[in-house]
Design a protein around this ligand. Structure first.
Ligand code: NAD
Ligand code: DAU
Length: 339
């Protein structure tokens, strides 16, 4: 394992993973293959653009010829697939791109991995595949999948295809299912960067419904370390949950965020809920701990560190929020009922 094709590597987690690989494995090459959708951003990789072990290929994972060319030209032996449409709210408005990229795109990558006999195909998946988790239970990797949004269903379909390729073709695959990541370079449609930057701009924070939904907010760097450990020590054909193992209510997350900013709780505004909103996610993480990994940050530390990054890096998020994002925000929140 030496020449990694990191699909979706210009997005949030993918770009953090590229940074991790270049630091942790000086003898590896990190080839990013990314379509540069609204969520892909070369600013996320600006500080490694001259690194001798880094290459960027502008490409779409649904383009079979493009994927095959990248594998051949860069002598790829491993695919780590981060490429996806990732925002639940967008999937509710228009699921089409989710089916194209998260389902069909995964299939194209699996076919390429099979054709070229790659050493490994690793799929980045999500805790959303388990659906809403009732109090008192935490998801095990062996639990049934029960996705409830078009996004979650598209990611679940990708996972099922990956597992089928293991059974049918003996493809050397692994899957990780992560909880909510936060940290540098997260597109500000996701709740934590949206709320920090809104607060910095003096805008309200639109909390969906009663705000008592529960999420496991993990530091993106911890997630990247775990992915890398699974890539090197994980068992073929296996799934590994990755998170902190501690979930909290969204309202608590907002309180921590506002406290770190020294901003008033009056900024909180309860608005109409997301349709089909999953109330709770919760992961058991014993299996990945068994590979020698453990999270370095609990959710509160991750939230506070994330807030400080956005405060210090206005150069990164200001251009995003003043561009196409305004139209998106109006469409998503403009006519949302205030509760
Ligand atoms: P992101 O939206 O920030 O980035 C996605 C990247 O994929 C972008 O760079 C985009 O340009 C690229 N992309 C999209 N469609 C593509 C295509 N057809 N071909 C090539 N590139 C394409 O996403 P993220 O939050 O970094 O998530 C990365 C992966 O991790 C996704 O698979 C997501 O489902 C999974 N995940 C995310 C979280 C989270 O909290 N963000 C948690 C668990 C799992
Ligand atoms: O759990 C992992 C998943 O986490 C990933 O697979 C997804 O790619 C990622 O987007 C994220 O999904 P969520 O739907 O949990 O993330 P989001 O940031 O959109 O919302 C987090 C919580 O905050 C959720 O309960 C909805 C709520 N929320 C979100 C937004 C955008 C609000 O209350 N207000 C908002 O404006």
């Amino acid at each position: 394992m030496k020449n990694l094709l990191i699909t979706g590597g210009a997005g949030f987690i993918g770009s953090n993973y590229v940074h991790h690989v270049l630091e942790a494995h000086p003898d590896y090459r990190a080839v990013v293959y990314d379509k540069l959708t609204y969520a892909g951003n070369l600013n996320n990789l600006a500080d490694v653009s001259d690194h001798p072990a880094y290459r960027f290929v502008h490409g779409d994972i649904t383009d079979r010829a493009g994927v095959e060319r990248a594998i051949q030209e860069h002598d790829i032996d491993t695919i780590v697939n981060f490429a996806a449409e990732t925002h639940v709210d967008r999937s509710i408005l228009n699921p089409d791109a989710f089916i194209q990229t998260d389902v069909y795109g995964t299939y194209v990558l699996l076919e390429a991995a099979r054709k070229f006999g790659l050493e490994r195909y690793h799929q980045i998946s999500t805790d959303e595949v388990y659906g809403h988790i009732p109090a008192g239970h935490s998801s095990l990797e062996t639990d049934p999948v029960a996705p409830r949004s078009p996004y979650a269903a598209s990611k679940t379909s990708g996972d099922l295809m990956v597992l089928a390729y293991r059974v049918t073709y003996n493809l050397p695959v692994t899957i990780t299912r992560g909880s909510n990541n936060i940290g540098p370079y997260q597109y500000p449609e996701k709740v934590v960067p949206l709320f920090v930057t809104n607060a910095l701009e003096g805008k309200r924070l639109p909390v969906y419904g009663d705000g008592r939904q529960m999420r496991d907010y993990q530091w993106v760097g911890d997630h990247c370390e775990a992915i890398d450990i699974v890539l090197h020590a994980g068992e073929l054909g296996e799934i590994y949950n990755i998170g902190t193992g501690q979930e909290m209510e969204n309202l608590r997350m907002v309180e921590i965020l506002l406290d770190e900013l020294g901003a008033s709780r009056d900024l909180i505004q309860h608005v109409e809920d997301r349709p089909g909103h999953d109330r709770r996610y919760s992961l058991k993480i014993d299996k990945v701990r068994g590979l020698g990994w453990q999270p370095r940050h609990d959710p509160e530390a991750a939230i506070r560190k994330t807030v400080r990054w956005y405060v210090a890096n206005e150069w990164w998020w200001q251009p995003i929020k003043s561009g196409e994002f305004r139209e998106y925000y109006e469409r998503m929140y403009g006519s949302r009922k205030v509760l």
